[in-house]
Design a protein around this ligand. Structure first.
Ligand code: AHR
Length: 505
């Protein structure tokens, strides 16, 4: 048996871990919207106004804080007026990015906002910079958020919605370096300023406008966007036209986006995946360093609005639809990301996993017969939900076994913690595959006792849930206790994610 040792400072109230770090992403891609969220009002699958009821219930149980829509790459070819008004009159289009399939616009603005209301989630609408006009984006904001009498408010009422909606987050295009228009950072920065200017705060609605930034650690985008955001403050001080900038980080097992199997991988591929997932912290730090130089007061937020694993599609499925299985390995990737996200909560204000249903690292896999499977990643979101809006409790892994991955040492234990009034949560990811680890966590500063401990694992790292075995990977109770010296002691099985809930004096 190997051992590991960590320390958590329960008496230090760190940065608030925004619940929006647990955000989601739903694109018109594959079966995320159509066949996922949207089954239509005439479907035999139970639904409310066309939206699948079991999916809503499962996501409400996660307290899903926000949902990004309609893309992704799709956002930059989406024209919102095609998706409002009577459904039978809506024009079709071709979704050129994803499968070249015909999009009938059955799911549009009203359906999305209805979904957000059912979920109790904030809307994150991603506007079209790549192929849309400033006027089009400006009018979409007006349509969604303006009360009183205005052309767009009138159009919204004609389409059946009297009151405006609240929209919290607004994306200014997507991946401008690639599918969003193959722009340079400088060109996009100018466009982002211009589009953001005309996305007005109507009435009581306050938009957080998010400029589309880098892939991975390409800080040229962060430099361009930050220098422009800050220089807008001189000589006549004006707030930055955008309030946050984004980056995307996908996990895979090799160099570049390798399309490897989601379920069939060897030891080398497994550890490379884990090592790649830990790289998200280096990427966040790179953007943070640039942002800190321009904006030490942290007025501009950092957003990771696409992250997750990207594997090859399941055999027999359309490669353009990005349908992949989800294993214990994916759950551990999520655990590692959340530990990093928590540690950087001062600057990182939101993160959105790609994607919620049936696409890439999904929470839920559905089928057209009404079947629904919760993935191992879903369970990580549920187990970690007490971190939402809690205060980071600083933690340090003092001693851990390591494994060599491509010449570097990968620690087998990752950990983070938070507190909220009289409660605490410690999340632990054990990425080793060979043996259990006896973990001792020195809980400093406050007396604590364990109220619940759970572990998520399977017979191997490729274990996953299917319609035939939907709970093959699901949380089960874990033995854990705090001893008389304030040391939390537990034994973690290999390839496992665990949470320990604490009552604090
Ligand atoms: O999430 C799938 C795609 O990945 C998104 O549409 C795009 O932004 C990214 O390249």
């Amino acid at each position: 048996m190997t051992t590991a040792h960590a320390v958590v400072d329960l008496d230090v109230t760190g940065d608030t871990i925004s619940r929006h770090l647990y955000g989601h992403f739903a694109e018109h891609l594959g079966r995320c919207i159509y066949g996922g969220f949207w089954v239509g009002e005439d479907s035999p699958i139970p639904n409310v106004r066309g939206i699948r009821s079991d999916v809503v219930a499962a996501l409400r149980a996660l307290r899903i804080p926000n949902l990004r829509w309609p893309g992704g790459c799709f956002a930059d070819e989406y024209h919102w007026r095609d998706g409002v008004g009577p459904r039978q009159d809506r024009p079709t289009m071709v979704n050129t990015h994803w499968g070249d399939v015909v999009e009938d616009n059955a799911f549009g603005t009203h359906e999305f906002m209805d979904l957000c209301e059912m979920l109790g989630a904030d809307a994150y609408v991603n506007g079209n910079v790549g192929s849309g006009t400033v006027q089009e984006m400006s009018e979409w904001v007006e349509y969604l958020t303006r009360s009183g009498d205005s052309p767009m408010a009138r159009l919204r009422r004609q389409n059946g919605r009297d009151e405006p909606w609240q929209v919290a987050f607004w994306g200014l295009g997507n991946e401008a370096w690639g599918c969003g228009g193959h722009m340079t950072p400088e060109y996009y920065t100018s466009l982002a300023r211009r589009y953001a200017t005309f996305c007005r705060d109507h009435d009581g609605n306050r938009l957080t406008r998010i400029a589309a930034g880098a892939a991975d650690a390409d800080v040229r985008w962060t430099h361009a966007l930050m220098s422009s955001a800050v220089s807008s403050n001189t000589p006549d001080p004006q707030p930055s036209p955008y309030q946050a900038i984004s980056f995307h980080y996908y996990t895979h097992a090799g160099t570049g986006i390798q399309r490897e199997s989601a379920t069939e991988f060897d030891r080398t591929q497994y550890f490379r995946t884990v090592a790649h997932a830990t790289g998200v912290e280096r990427v966040i730090s790179a953007h943070e360093a640039v942002m800190d130089a321009y904006d030490p007061e942290r007025r501009i937020g950092l957003v990771c609005d696409e992250w997750g694993t990207w594997w090859t599609v399941e055999p027999g499925t359309n490669p353009g639809l990005l349908f992949q299985q989800n294993t214990v390995r994916d759950a551990l990737v999520a655990g590692i990301h959340f530990d990093a996200f928590h540690r950087h909560a001062a600057r990182l204000r939101m993160a959105n996993i790609a994607q919620t249903l049936n696409v890439l690292q999904a929470m839920i896999l559905t089928d057209d017969d009404g079947g629904l499977v919760l993935t191992p990643t879903y369970h990580v979101y549920e187990m970690n939900s007490p971190h939402h809006d809690a205060a980071l409790a600083p933690s340090h892994v003092i001693e851990t076994p390591v494994v060599a991955v491509d010449g570097d040492e990968l620690p087998l234990i990752s950990l983070s913690a938070s507190t909220r009034e009289g409660t605490g949560l410690v999340s632990i990811t054990h990425v080793g595959v060979d043996e259990p680890i006896d973990l001792a966590v020195d809980l400093r500063g406050r007396a604590a006792r364990v109220t619940r401990a759970r572990v998520l694992t399977g017979p191997d790292a490729a274990a996953h849930n299917t319609p035939e075995a939907p709970a093959a990977v699901a949380p089960v109770p874990l033995a854990a206790a705090v001893d008389a010296d304030g040391i939390l002691r537990l034994t973690l099985p290999p390839h496992a994610f665990a949470t320990v809930e604490l009552a604090l004096d």
